[in-house]
Design a protein around this ligand. Structure first.
Ligand SMILES: CC(C)(COP(=O)(O)OP(=O)(O)OC[C@H]1O[C@@H](n2cnc3c(N)ncnc32)[C@H](O)[C@@H]1OP(=O)(O)O)[C@@H](O)C(=O)NCCC(=O)NCCS
Length: 181
């Protein structure tokens, strides 16, 4: 699929995964500005909406879609941005990549991110011909571990020692993977 020509919008029962737009700054800030939400990520919370606006601009770019791409996760009925999914570190010749995801806490516990990640996985397998999808997850991130477990990922290894640096702290996450058959 030529990502530069047409952004690969993905529709699910309750969600629209689409390209980021400037109006998504408030919705994304509810995710990236929430310290409790990003505490298990390789990322410090955005301290201002200006910082999140910069992320919206970065995430909206499709110029590096061969290696990475992000989708705004929008409520299908209102098109409000409530989260983000992405793939990154794609190695096309090995048919592998890694995924990431975050959802506004107000929307947790309804299976929405399972729905979004399942759709992202289908896109990666069907359109990018991906075989191996990895998720690198902090060992205390119980919701994320539960989510990937339900979608067929298996714990492969870890802790990956000092794999992430957040500020002056290093974190040692676990490696989960899904193999498309
Ligand atoms: C991970 C995250 C996206 C899950 O969003 P969500 O929409 O609530 O996810 P779902 O409802 O689809 O599934 C979450 C599962 O985890 C379970 N869960 C939620 N919180 C939990 C907890 N504290 N302990 C154990 N399980 C938990 C839910 O019950 C659900 O499992 P079930 O469907 O079998 O009942 C959300 O918690 C989030 O945005 N976290 C911060 C960002 C993040 O850590 N991203 C992952 C980086 S690796």
């Amino acid at each position: 699929m030529d990502h530069t020509a047409t952004f690969p919008t993905i529709l699910t029962k309750r969600l629209r995964l689409r390209q980021f737009e400037p109006r998504d700054d408030v919705g994304l800030h509810a995710c990236l500005g929430d310290e409790k939400l990003v505490r298990f990520w390789d990322f410090s919370a955005c301290e201002s909406i200006a910082e999140t606006k910069r992320w919206v601009r970065v995430l909206a770019k499709t110029t590096s879609a061969y290696d990475s791409l992000a989708w705004a996760v929008a409520d299908a009925s209102t098109d409000e941005c409530i989260g983000m999914v992405n793939y990154h570190h794609r190695e096309a010749r090995y048919r592998r990549l890694e995924i990431g995801y975050i959802l506004n806490a107000k929307w947790h516990g309804r299976g929405l991110m399972s729905e979004a990640v399942q759709a992202l996985m289908t896109h990666c397998v069907d359109h990018l011909k991906t075989r191996r999808i990895a998720a690198i997850i902090h060992p205390q991130n119980a919701a994320s571990i539960r989510l990937v477990g339900r979608l067929g990922f298996e714990l492969e290894g870890g802790p990956l020692r000092d794999y992430w640096r957040v500020g002056s702290t290093y974190m040692s996450p676990m490696l989960y993977s899904f193999i498309a058959s």
